[in-house]
Design a protein around this ligand. Structure first.
Ligand SMILES: [Zn+2]
Length: 458
């Protein structure tokens, strides 16, 4: 088998037909439960969920989770067609898409451009490029959605160099009173809450901006590793000055693409503000193209080789594992003692748990050094391909290219939209009377309004 395919959709799998039947039936069941009009009030929702509970036996939280997932899917025509023709994704995976979308600002989810971009990005993620490829995990699905949100969000941000619109802000009567009622500017991002708990303990709740948080989290983690203590105790030690540490924070950014996003191994794609702040602190730049082919004679990786491996793998590479590569071990495919070199071509990142399984020789793998693909050979005689998801992996590099083009397209589109709005305003269209809301004549479950009443014979 050499055609690109998903391992889960291989008809030769023993479980294939059971899985397809289950995924299709579950999808159709939830489709049958989908309301045919918007559920606008709590009363509507209570009625609908009660009826569905009596007929499906599904609790309210699952009803809202899966009905929301289908509503979200209905805004993604390409993904919907793919789901209904292949049954690659089950309801849980569709719910993972929806829960990530739910975190997007309303201004973005109201925008068709976002849904088109998300449809394209998800189709890209759900198109196999290797034979027997592993399905993306829910965590990768959520990362894909978040990346799309970020790409649209940043492109939608106002251009600081753009001229101020005519008219400007409306002056208020007493600016002094308004200003004194607002919290001080420096307190708006970094907030510390100290709370006395009933059992005599004290709870600290610290919220900081992403750049500061990234530096603090890296320092606390490094101190905890060095002191072999919990991160909480490491933070206390650092605050009290009992311990000190020196930490290197690695960030990744493509140098050959303008406006390329910046990635941190724990935070993921950074906001523009955090990326700019951390970029100013950079003291050393590592060339990842060199690190890709670098070698050392020692068992331990050099900082550059480890940085490359983390940037390529991003998570533990064991099938289905989501643990972050930054906390994982670099595994020699061919053991160092057996002559295996300490180079990226012979290594992948594995979390401690899966590193132990691998050294038990329960499974074997091969690495394609060019693409970062890992071929896993499983105990049942089958094999699967895991694609790398880090910023140095080819799929992510391609996405960054797409992102750059999307930002240009989005800015052009926003400028055209603003021009059209000015034209509309000029013509007085905005003064037209809004359409009155239409009354809804029936409750929103799947029963057409002209269905005759149903009689039960006794
Ligand atoms: Zn793992």
């Amino acid at each position: 088998m050499t055609q690109p395919s998903w391992a889960v959709l291989d008809e030769a799998n023993f479980h294939y037909s059971y899985r397809i039947d289950k995924v299709r039936a579950e999808y159709q069941m939830w489709r049958s439960a989908q309301p045919i009009t918007d559920v606008l009030t709590d009363e509507d929702w209570t009625m609908l969920s009660t009826v569905l509970y009596t007929q499906l036996g599904e609790p309210k939280h699952r009803l809202s989770r899966f009905l929301d997932a289908l509503e979200c899917l209905d805004r993604l025509p390409k993904v919907k067609a793919m789901v209904e023709s292949t049954w690659l994704l089950d309801m849980n995976q569709l719910a993972a898409i929806e829960s990530a979308v739910a975190e997007a600002p309303v201004a973005i989810t109201d925008d068709d451009f976002f849904w088109q971009a998300l449809d394209d990005d998800l189709i890209d993620r759900f198109t196999p490029t290797r034979p027997r490829q592993l399905t993306p995990t829910n965590s990768t699905i959520r990362k894909t959605v978040k990346a799309t949100i970020l790409s649209v969000e940043e492109a939608a941000a106002p251009d600081p160099e753009a001229p101020t619109p005519e008219g400007g802000p409306v002056p208020c009567d007493n600016p002094g009173a308004l200003l004194s009622s607002l919290p001080p500017i420096e307190d708006q991002t970094n907030i510390l809450l100290v709370e006395d708990l009933d059992d005599g303990q004290v709870r600290f709740d610290l919220t900081v901006d992403q750049a500061t948080g990234t530096l603090l989290a890296d320092a606390v983690k490094k101190a905890a590793d060095e002191q072999e203590c919990s991160q909480a105790n490491a933070m206390i030690g650092l605050l009290q000055g009992v311990i000190t540490t020196t930490v290197t924070t690695n960030i990744y950014q493509a140098s050959d693409i303008p406006d390329a996003p910046t990635y941190h191994p724990s935070r993921g794609i950074l906001t523009k503000e955090a990326a700019d702040t951390l970029a100013e602190l950079v003291t050393k730049t590592l060339d990842m193209n060199q690190a890709k082919d670098a070698a050392t004679t020692s068992y331990e990786t050099t900082p550059a080789i480890r940085s490359y491996l983390i940037g390529r793998d991003w998570t533990c590479r064991w099938p289905g594992c989501n643990r972050k590569a930054v906390t994982a071990d670099a595994d020699h495919r061919i053991n160092h003692d057996d002559g295996g070199p300490t180079t990226a071509a012979n290594m992948i990142m594995l979390c401690r748990h899966h590193h132990n399984r691998k050294t038990d020789r329960q499974v074997f793998y091969l690495v394609d050094h060019h693409t970062g693909d890992v071929y896993w050979f499983l105990p049942d005689g089958t094999w699967v391909v895991d694609q790398a998801t880090g910023p140095l992996a080819p799929t992510q590099k391609r996405w960054v290219q797409t992102l750059h083009q999307r930002r240009i397209h989005r800015r052009e589109r926003l400028a055209a939209k603003a021009a059209a709005e000015r034209f509309d305003a000029y013509r007085g269209i905005i003064e037209a009377e809004p359409e009155p809301p239409q009354p809804r004549p029936y409750l929103p479950w799947r029963k057409p309004p002209d269905t005759p009443p149903r009689y039960i014979q006794v």
